[in-house]
Write a protein that binds this ligand. Structure first.
Ligand code: MEV
Length: 419
C-alpha cells in the first residue's frame, strides 16, 4: 500500500487523505476522525502515525473513604456497570468507617540479564564485591533523581540457569512511575558489566512484577450491615467468604474475580494518566506468586465482622509520562485531590477492593445480571441506533418484554418510529 510508506513522516492532514485513497474510508468517516482528533498537535507528540483521539466515557466513583478522607475518583471505562458498582461497594464500607490502606515499600525493580555466563558464582561474587560502584554507576546515569532524594537503593542477583543470571536493581523513583529512569540506569550498569567483566548482556529492562511496590487496603464490615431483601447479613457474609475461598482454590474463578478488581483499578489508573498495562501485568504476576494463580483479595468472617483485604503491586506515578501533557489528567488529579504517588496508590487499591466487594455481593445475592440490566439495555438501544429521545422507551419496552438481543431491540425501535 503505497500511501502508507513513510506514513509517520506525513502530516496529520496527509495521513487522513491516505485513508480515503488507500483504506477506502468515506468522507464522513474521515470527518469523524477529524472531529474526534481534538488537538492533533498533542496526539502527534504522543504517538506515531496519529490519526485521531479515541475517547471512552469518564465518570466519578463516589463514597470512597480511605484513611478517613473521602475521594471523588475519576474512572475511564466502556463497561456500563463498573462505576455504579464501585460507588456501591465504597458506600457499604463508607457507612462502617471506610478503608484503611498502606504502602509497604515503594521501589521500582529492573533487571540486567547476563547470558552465556561461564561461571555464575564468580559473576555473583563480582556483583557483591562491586555493589556500591554499580549503584553509583546507576545513580550517575540519572543524577536528578538523587537530587530529589531518590536513587538506586540495592542490588541482588538471581541465577536463572547455569548460563543466565539476572542482576536486579531497586530504585527509589520518588513521584514518578520511573520506567525511563530505570531503563537508563540499567543500560548504564550493563555497560559497566560489559567493560569490567567482558560479560554478554541479553537485555536491560525494568520489571513490571513490582514486588517492591506493594500496596494493601483493608476493611471491616459488621455483618448486619450486609443484610438485604430478607437475607441475613450473617448469611451474606458467609457467602462472601466462600466466594473468596473459591477464588483461592480455582484459577478459572480467580481470573474472573481479579478481572472484577481490575475493572476498578484499570479505570482509575487510566484516568490518572498512568500505564494500566504495567499495572495489569504486575497484578496478574502477583496473583500467581506461589505457583498457582489465585484471587488477589481475601474475605473472611471473624465473629460478627466481615473482613476484606487486597494487596497488589501498584507502581503509580503522580508525575511523568503522559501525566504532564494530557490536560484532562490534570483535571482528574485535581478531582482526586491527592498529595503524591503514595496517596494515589492507597486510593486506587481501596477502589479495587470496593469494586470486588460490589461484584461478590451481587454474585452471591441477586446475581450479576439484575443490577447490570438497565445500563446494558441502554447500550443495546444505542447500538441499534436509538436517538437520545428514544433510548428510554426502547429500554422500557425491552425490560417489559424480557428481551435483551439486538434483533428485538431493532424491531422495537422500528415499531416505535412507525407509531
Ligand atoms: C464483570 O466485568 C466483572 C465480574 O465478573 C467480576 C466477578 O465475577 O467477580 C462481575
Amino acid at each position: 500500500m503505497d500511501g502508507f510508506e513513510k506514513y509517520y513522516r506525513k502530516n496529520w492532514e496527509q495521513r487522513l487523505e491516505v485513508l480515503i485513497k488507500q483504506a477506502k474510508l468515506n468522507k464522513q468517516q474521515v470527518e469523524l476522525l477529524k472531529i474526534n482528533a481534538q488537538d492533533p498537535n498533542l496526539g502527534e507528540t504522543m504517538i506515531e502515525n496519529f490519526i485521531t483521539q479515541y475517547s471512552l466515557p469518564e465518570g466519578l466513583a463516589l463514597n470512597l473513604v480511605v484513611n478517613d478522607k473521602e475521594y471523588l475518583v475519576p474512572m475511564v471505562t466502556e463497561e456500563p456497570s463498573v462505576i455504579a458498582a464501585a460507588s456501591h461497594g465504597a458506600g457499604i464500607v463508607k457507612r462502617v468507617g471506610g478503608f484503611r490502606a498502606k504502602i509497604h515499600e515503594r521501589l521500582m525493580l529492573g533487571q540486567v540479564v547476563c547470558e552465556n555466563v561461564s561461571d555464575a558464582v564468580a559473576l555473583q561474587t563480582y556483583f557483591k564485591e562491586n555493589e556500591s560502584s554499580l549503584l553509583d554507576c546507576a545513580n550517575q546515569a540519572h543524577p536528578s533523581i538523587v537530587k530529589r532524594g531518590g536513587g538506586a537503593r540495592w542490588l541482588r542477583s538471581r541465577v536463572l540457569a547455569a548460563d543466565l543470571v539476572s542482576l536486579d536493581l531497586a530504585v527509589d523513583v520518588q513521584e514518578a512511575m520511573g520506567a525511563n529512569m530505570l531503563n537508563t540506569m540499567l543500560e548504564a550498569v550493563a555497560q559497566k558489566i560489559i567493560s569490567e567483566c567482558n560479560q554478554d548482556i541479553l537485555m536491560s529492562i525494568l520489571s513490571n512484577y513490582a514486588t517492591e511496590c506493594l500496596v494493601s487496603a483493608t476493611c471491616q464490615i459488621p455483618v448486619n450491615a450486609l443484610a438485604k431483601n430478607g437475607i441475613s447479613g450473617e448469611k451474606i457474609a458467609a457467602k462472601l467468604a466462600q466466594a473468596s475461598r473459591l477464588a483461592q482454590l480455582d484459577p478459572y474463578r480467580a481470573a474472573t474475580h481479579n478481572k472484577g478488581i481490575m475493572n476498578g483499578i484499570d479505570a482509575a489508573v487510566l484516568a490518572s494518566g498512568n500505564d494500566w498495562r504495567a499495572i495489569e501485568a504486575g497484578a496478574h504476576a502477583y496473583a500467581a506468586k506461589d505457583g498457582q494463580y489465585r484471587g488477589l483479595s481475601q474475605w473472611y468472617v471473624e465473629g460478627e465482622v466481615l473482613k476484606g483485604e487486597l494487596t497488589l503491586p501498584l507502581p503509580l506515578g503522580s508525575v511523568g509520562g503522559s501525566i504532564s501533557i494530557v490536560p484532562l489528567v490534570k483535571v482528574n488529579h485535581d478531582l482526586l485531590n491527592f498529595k503524591g504517588a503514595k496517596e494515589l496508590e492507597t486510593v486506587i487499591v481501596s477502589l479495587g477492593l470496593a469494586q470486588n466487594l460490589a461484584a461478590l455481593y451481587a454474585l452471591v445475592t441477586e446475581g450479576i445480571q439484575k443490577g447490570h440490566m438497565s445500563l446494558q439495555l441502554k447500550s443495546l438501544a444505542v447500538s441499534v441506533g436509538a436517538k437520545d429521545t428514544e433510548i428510554a422507551q426502547v429500554v422500557q419496552l425491552l425490560k417489559q418484554q424480557g428481551l435483551r438481543d439486538s434483533k428485538s431491540a431493532k424491531e422495537i425501535l422500528k415499531q416505535l418510529r412507525k407509531e
